[in-house]
Design a protein around this ligand. Structure first.
Ligand SMILES: Nc1ncnc2c1ncn2[C@@H]1O[C@H](COP(=O)(O)OP(=O)(O)OP(=O)(O)O)[C@@H](O)[C@H]1O
Ligand code: SF4
Ligand SMILES: [Mg+2]
Length: 318
């Protein structure tokens, strides 16, 4: 899908390390290279602590990468300063897991939704009500909500307000980090449908982070699988069942259990996940990989193309 599309965001060899109290460095993202194309939904999956939110925070410029670059439409975000840096933030907006925590309970919904527009001086105070009404309509909430306060709203309604606020600046990229995880399944489904509808109508690019591989595969054009700060496989959402990396295959078995010999279920992998404070030499997945060999302990495999839309980081996949 992405071959003929315009590349909108490029992450090249981005790493992020955090200093910890004993003076050591924790590697949350390790030499990540990834592109996002216009109108594409890119899913990012992987177990808790694998670096998904850190990657998103690098994209959002919430902190700089330790090394590597992030480019938006060819412009190196990581080099921007001052007003140009502030302006560049308009194009990439985020929907949080629980946006209500960021809402001031004393502000009316119209002011919450339009706050980003006021921050960038894009509308006058007198235009707030009308603009908020338009944005509420876009997220399928009644316009009357504009005059309400964020208390007394359901989780789904609050999430719609969060989406409306994220859309206010008409971003080109919408980043959703576990945006639906805190919601009931039925509400989650409706929010997902809304996000997909908006993404298609506005030709938005979307980065969608979620633990749930099955859910992500339903809405993503491509999926990037992360393990211990590394991207280990990238493939089309519709081709997920053809995953080749041993880690992705294990994730898939956990999501879609395979039954063997009657009732036995192939579970998730044994073995410890190495500490991000001491990344192993060689393949990051070596301690849990059923196919690990000597080479895996010596050399780190790079992410390489298998076919046009499919890449994997494993010595034994070609
Ligand atoms: N500000 C920070 N300082 C130190 N370590 C951090 C910081 N932020 C994240 N980490 C560590 O970086 C690693 C990656 O964390 P991150 O939050 O990106 O994972 P995640 O994939 O989003 O996990 P989850 O699915 O639980 O949200 C973890 O080991 C985490 O403890
Ligand atoms: S490189 Fe080796 S340890 Fe890593 S995923 Fe491939 S087979 Fe497993
Ligand atoms: Mg996270």
């Amino acid at each position: 899908m992405s071959a003929e599309k315009e590349k909108i965001l490029e992450i090249a060899h981005a790493s992020k390390q955090f200093p910890v109290s004993d003076g050591r460095m924790l590697t949350a993202c390790d030499d990540v290279s990834l592109s996002l194309y216009q109108g594409e939904t890119l899913g990012i999956v992987g177990e808790s602590g694998c670096g998904k939110s850190t990657l998103v925070k690098l994209i959002m410029q919430l902190y700089p990468p330790t090394s590597g670059v992030i480019c938006y439409r060819g412009e190196e975000l990581t080099r921007l300063k001052g007003e140009r840096r502030r302006q560049s933030r308009r194009h990439i907006q985020m929907v949080f897991q629980d946006p209500s925590q960021a809402f001031n309970p004393k502000m009316k919904i119209k002011d919450i939704i339009c706050e980003p527009l006021h921050n960038f001086n894009l509308i006058k105070k007198s235009e707030t009500g009308k603009k908020a009404g338009e944005l509420l309509k876009r997220v399928e909430l009644p316009e009357e909500f504009a005059e309400r306060y964020p208390g007394n709203m359901s989780g789904g309604q609050r999430q719609r307000i969060g989406i409306a606020r994220a859309l206010a600046l008409m971003p080109e990229i919408l980043v959703c980090d576990e945006a639906t995880s805190a919601l009931d399944v039925s509400v989650q489904k409706k929010i997902m449908e809304l996000l997909v509808k908006i993404q298609q109508e506005k030709k938005l690019s979307m980065v969608f982070i979620c633990h749930d591989l099955a859910l992500v595969s339903q809405i993503s054009h491509r999926i990037a699988v992360m393990y211990l700060g590394n991207i280990v496989e990238v493939l089309e959402g519709s081709a997920l069942k053809e995953a080749k990396h041993p880690y992705t295959k294990a994730l898939l078995r956990a999501v879609f259990p395979v039954r063997t010999k009657g009732s036995a279920v192939i579970g998730l992998l044994e073995g410890e996940v190495p500490s991000p404070l001491e990344l192993p030499k060689g393949c990051p997945f070596q301690t849990r990989c059923p196919e690990c060999r000597e080479l895996c302990r010596q050399e780190k495999p790079v992410l390489k193309e298998i076919t046009g839309e499919h890449s994997a980081a494993c010595h034994f996949i070609s």
